[in-house]
Design a protein around this ligand. Sequence first.
Ligand code: NAD
Length: 237
Amino acid sequence: MHVVLADLDKRGLKKAAEEIPGSLAVRTDVASMGQVQALASKAYARFGAVHLLCNNAGIAEHGPLWELPLSRWRRVLAVNLWGAIHGCLAFVPRMLAQGQAAHVVNTASMAGLVTPPSAGAYSVSKHGVVALSEALVQDLATRGARIGVSVLCPGWVQTRIARSTKGADAVMRSLVAHGLPPEMVAEQTLRAVRDDRFYILTHPAMARAVQRRTEDILAGRAPPLALFRRRARSQAG
Ligand SMILES: NC(=O)c1ccc[n+]([C@@H]2O[C@H](COP(=O)([O-])OP(=O)(O)OC[C@H]3O[C@@H](n4cnc5c(N)ncnc54)[C@H](O)[C@@H]3O)[C@@H](O)[C@H]2O)c1
């Protein structure tokens, strides 16, 4: 495959591009529709077609949601959710016009399927990415398009995410440090694209949490930690 790389980090982008001969690197802020449109134009001008689109850029935060500054709330949603929306809006019409088989991978998170505490803005953005992907796959199927969709929902992965996480504590750093190697997640993703699998759950042990959330919804229960806190409060009272 020919590879087009897009990232906000100029140095990281240059380094990655050097490792992939023939690749096209385009500095892009995915929060900007104009910049993602420009990225699509450059990708099509250079290679004439796009067969695999990965909307992957993301940032995180940690702490009670009311303590996160409004500007950071907006930035998390702008990068994680609007970034994926911009990617779909800029690329999918061109991929449809190509008329060839293609695939879109949107990176969400386990935090897009369940809602952990202390990551409100992140969870809102990732639930949005799951909904975006679920809507996209149905709209494409309705059109009879030959474009598949997958939504990547990893648990912890050993990347640099803690560095860009506002309020990251030692616990989060350690969870990331003990996460899956990124190469394994990449392999799982490639296999899912080849098999046209929609949900990509990288950590099978976490799948139980999805089942429990569904049971909680049907039973009208709040997520477990909130329930635990309520119990602790009522026992204290
Ligand atoms: N690492 C994990 O444990 C984990 C778990 C679940 C989901 N994810 C998701 O995986 C995706 C990749 O993150 P990662 O873990 O590799 O983290 P990372 O910080 O190593 O990589 C994220 C990349 O996104 C880039 N980026 C940030 N803001 C951008 C913007 N506005 N425009 C363009 N590029 C931007 C960064 O420069 C960086 O290269 C994210 O969507 C993240 O939410 C990560």
